[in-house]
Design a protein around this ligand. Structure first.
Ligand code: FES
Length: 252
């Protein structure tokens, strides 16, 4: 089992404050808030963002890359695009210093101990927030119909959901643009272009969302071809979501 490692003197970190420390070769974000110290991995579970560089408010740290928020007491992911907790570690205060012991697991209730300057080891942290629990629905098998235009195409694309978040790509703000042009070799039919972004460059859900987009639009009798172009500039940010998506994800 890992040992506690002294990472800082008590007075080194203001309250509220944060710093980056190394424990057993791993980079750990150390926080001081309301008189207590907390430690979590310096890794956002969405796409590896450096949490120690984020903005600390009360007991919440915001990832500087796409805005996911984590509870510094438990490592719980509080808002998307992160849906999995990051590891929280044990902390104690002793001999004028702050000590951290790495935990190997991601606990649903956070670390066993965090520490205050006046009371070396205190009780367990509150429970982690729950990640979305609904399941993805299969794509509709109904054949789409009606005139093709940007609005009708966006409506059809609401069939396509991010498989991690279970929210459709239109309400997530992932569809940047829609183009239509007559298919030269198929009179009366259209070629559709979709400019789509991802919540992160390495989004593992990308191939599935691209495939679903082509399947949904390609089922329309007037569609000859569908091209999906991935666009990362401007990068996706949470403010691109609609109110409907925010409601679905419990973000206020
Ligand atoms: S890397 Fe943290 S929110 Fe995307």
């Amino acid at each position: 089992m890992p040992e506690f490692v002294r990472v800082a003197a008590i007075g080194e970190i203001p309250d509220p404050g944060k710093t980056l420390v190394e424990v057993d070769g791993e980079m750990i974000a150390l926080f001081h808030a309301d008189g207590q110290f907390y430690a979590i991995d310096d890794v956002c579970t969405h796409d590896g963002g450096p949490l120690a560089d984020g903005e600390l408010r009360n007991h919440t740290i915001a990832c500087p890359r796409h805005g996911a928020k984590f509870d510094i007491r438990t490592g719980a992911a509080l808002t998307m695009p992160a849906v999995r907790p990051t590891r929280a570690h044990d902390v104690k205060v002793e001999d004028g210093g702050v000590w951290v012991r790495l935990r190997s697991d991601v606990s649903s209730t956070g670390p066993a101990a965090h520490a205050t300057a006046s009371a070396p080891v205190s009780a367990a942290a509150p429970a982690a927030a729950a990640a979305p629990t609904s399941q993805p629905q299969p794509l509709s098998t109904a054949v789409p119909s009606g005139a093709l235009c940007e609005d009708s195409i966006r409506e059809m694309l609401k069939e396509v959901k991010d498989p991690e978040l279970f929210v459709n790509i239109v309400d997530l703000g992932l569809v940047y643009g829609v183009t239509l042009e007559p298919a030269a070799d198929a009179p009366g039919r259209q070629k559709i272009g979709i400019d789509m972004t991802m919540t992160s460059p390495a989004c593992p859900a990308g191939p599935q969302m691209i495939g679903d987009t082509k399947r949904v639009l390609g089922a329309h009798p007037d569609v000859e071809a569908v091209e999906v172009r991935i666009v990362m500039d401007p990068p996706w940010t949470p403010d691109k979501m609609t109110e409907a998506a925010r409601d679905q994800l419990g973000i206020f």
